[in-house]
Design a protein around this ligand. Structure first.
Ligand code: TRP
Length: 336
């Protein structure tokens, strides 16, 4: 095998749904870590386009969003030579393994997934079976590549748990087929909150665009959005339970500058929120600018995107083949 999968390194795997332009929250909570992890591990990163169709969208939209998200992964500096960066639907074994795993997942355990309950109440007009089996497809994504470690946000912890349970059940019957994946939960910046309602997580699907900074926002837009972020009337930059808006801005500032909360409190002692917000906006804009420029450059180069996606899919396919050969044999399919 070429240098993509050297023996002593860990396999770190994560997928991202292409449900719109990612936000500062996605970046600080996940992507920034992905970039760091990709330096030291064998990373496999994918665009979860198969998962995306659990929610209805226009074909052209799905295609565009998938390519944009793929370009974003490349823009993060996940070197496609050293890592595997690809689109889920390009490796058909995700669907095949998901089917097999369906038959080793109990209806009851799938019914306990809280995200299914949330999503089915949000999309009450389209509670399709795909939404229900979504975590099983996710288990297939993970187990197909023998991932050691899966960086996930809080909302995906339960899905990783079920992936482990399914793998253990399968291994219990057939011997050691799947590696049992561990979660990786980043320490800081794991949760960036909405700029307008700092009690809830920053989300790209928030109808109020002022509540999030998108990774493609220009510096001007970033400054405006940070300026209008909700704070409080105390005019004192300090971290305290009841200062949700300020805490969030401090967290963002800390993630962008590397300063801890004490240092931030000192820096803004005696200064008002105007100064603080200006500094936060500048730090965010500087953090995002290189990424945005790289993203735009890559998006303009369709031939490069295609070449990366093709070679990513080929590399992923080779790993998937190994797992699927084992699985198909163990389960008892007649192989020719
Ligand atoms: N469900 C994940 C999310 O919405 C995306 C995802 C799909 C994923 N397959 C995965 C994450 C495998 C980690 C591993 O965020």
């Amino acid at each position: 095998m070429e240098n993509t999968q050297t023996e002593n390194k860990k396999v770190v795997l994560s997928f991202v749904q292409a449900s719109g332009t990612p936000t500062l929250g996605n970046y600080l909570g996940a992507f920034k870590n992905w970039h760091n992890m990709s330096q030291e591990n064998n990373c496999i990163f994918g665009v979860a386009d198969l998962h995306a169709i659990t929610v209805r969208s226009q074909p052209a939209d799905l295609r565009r969003r998938s390519v944009e998200m793929y370009a974003m992964l490349l823009a993060l500096g996940l070197d496609p030579e050293k890592n595997i960066v690809f689109l889920q639907s390009h490796v058909k074994d995700h669907a095949l393994l998901a089917w097999v795993l369906n038959c080793y997942t109990m209806f009851g355990e799938a019914s306990r997934m809280t995200q299914f309950k949330d999503k089915s109440s949000k999309h009450a007009d389209n509670v399709n079976v795909g939404l229900f089996t979504y975590p099983i497809l996710m288990a297939a994504d993970i187990l197909l590549y023998g991932a050691d470690c899966v960086p996930v946000g809080d909302d995906q912890k339960q899905h990783l748990e079920i992936a482990r349970d399914i793998a253990e059940r399968f291994n219990g019957i057939y011997g050691n087929v799947f590696k049992i994946p561990e979660p990786y939960i980043g320490k800081k910046g794991a949760k960036i909150m909405s700029l307008q309602e700092p009690e809830s997580k920053m989300s790209k699907s928030d109808p109020n665009v002022k509540s999030f900074v998108s990774l493609t926002d220009s510096t001007d837009v970033i400054v405006k959005k940070i300026k209008s972020a909700v704070t409080d009337s105390e005019a004192k930059v300090c971290y305290r339970e009841d200062k949700k808006g300020i805490n969030n801005l401090m967290n963002i500032y800390s993630c962008c500058t590397g300063l801890d909360f004490d240092a931030i409190e000192k820096e803004f002692e005696g200064k008002g929120y105007g100064d603080f917000k200006a500094a936060v906006a500048e730090a965010v804009a500087e953090e995002i600018r290189p990424l945005r420029e790289e993203y735009e450059r890559i998006l303009g180069d369709q031939a490069y995107i295609e070449a990366c996606a093709k070679s990513g899919a080929e590399k992923a396919q080779r790993l998937a083949d190994r797992t699927m050969n084992k699985v198909m044999k163990k389960v008892g399919f007649y192989r020719i």
